[in-house]
Design a protein around this ligand. Sequence first.
Ligand code: FAD
Length: 461
Amino acid sequence: MKEIVCKLLVIGAGPGGYICAIRAGQLGVDTVIVEKTKAGGTCLNVGCIPSKALIHAAEEFDRLRHTAGLNALGITVETPRLDLAQTVRWKDGIVGRLNSGVLGLLRKAKVKIVHGAARFRDGKTVEVETETGTQLIRAETVVIATGSEPVELPALPFGGAVLSSTEALSLPEVPKSLAVVGGGYIGLELGTAFAKLGARVTVVEAMAQILPQYDGELVKPVAKRLAELGVRVLTGAKAKGYSGEALAVEIAGKEERIAADKVLVTVGRRPRTEGWGLEELDLDRAGRFIRIDEHCRTSMRGVYAIGDVTGEPMLAHRAMAQGEMVAEIVAGRKRVWDKRAIPAVCFTDPEIVTAGLSPDEARAQGYEVRVGLFPFNANGRAMTTQSEDGFVRAVARADTNLVLGLQAVGAGVSELSSAFSLALEMGARLEDIAGTIHAHPTRSEGLQEAALKALGHALHI
Ligand code: FAD
């Protein structure tokens, strides 16, 4: 059996693992990374990137199909046609470019890449089944970055017409009817895209509201747009099974059958902690996830865990930030997880972006708050881009004006996420945002106006 001995072994080359390995390599740490499928993990191959590619294609198609907006600008177009197989090829091309990019960056940082599935022998040794035989890797320090996978419902096992997000991203043609079980961000992003591509979409959500992690004010513009797109939304509804091209749903004690060529199940993701020897290590757990401290250390000395395998929020940028921090710690630097904000974006139509606390969350933590809300229908840029729905909201402590949270819903607001996070990380007060010159005409002026509104003297409303 071939054997490698190294300082750092990273298991999983998703955003958490590959960033950790690149940074460790840059700092001169002798690093090996093991990946059983493709570099880039869920995010690059079957998550963030391909879903945003599909969403973009769907937006373009929808705009050309529903021409009222274009006609108002004096533009007329011929009837557009869609070749979804070509859309998928285009999306795969982007994924392929990014895959090669990640591998190139790992090589540039002098990281050794081992392709195959890792299996723990003990806390510091793994076996990897590679194409050329079994490889043994012994390391001083191990980072578990094995990510997460879609949760399967017993009543709706994956296969045939029942899809996870992974299969939904590579369909050869648009289903005539699609039932989306689970109205969280993944289900709604993909459900909206398929509605725009021409599918008749029904969303089935067990909770009383779609996107239950957000307050109703933020969700309202999304619900309105779904209705415009003809998406039927069933809340308080439970999917019971699929047969005869129909999804059985229980709603208010009654059973309804919803015609659906395909069923997309997006009811959450679970950490990849089973089936590769991790159980035998007996690491402390936090529910289903691996328990970590503020340095991403597990309960076993020299074993770290980062990314989705460690819990919520399961987001690529959190995994990357943890990976970068752990690499620096392994290289001997003093680092600790002291982030004030992990921004979150929901790429629905319109988009939602949040960082820090909502008004309700801030009140629940005992703060007396000032809240300022600026609607995009009073913003010049929103008018000139024909997308006036939504708003920016600022939440601050009433006594000191320290900003506690920032939220927005509207077209393209994902790009406000960096301003939101920076404000929170820098400990901004409402006056800091209000006194910063924001370029005109931009949607970001909504942020300045929301801060001004919270201070009691908005200028444009
Ligand atoms: P992963 O990306 O899951 O990577 C883990 C890697 O480990 C995988 O490549 C896997 O093959 C490998 N692995 C597992 N076990 C082994 C083993 N035993 N041996 C070797 N290798 C192994 N997040 C965002 O921030 N923004 C978004 O817009 C966004 N959109 C998403 C859309 C969809 C449809 C989905 C499904 C997810 C989305 N996410 C998004 C979430 C994001 O993809 C994850 O949070 C992120 O990928 C987590 O990174 P990770 O490094 O922890 O794990």
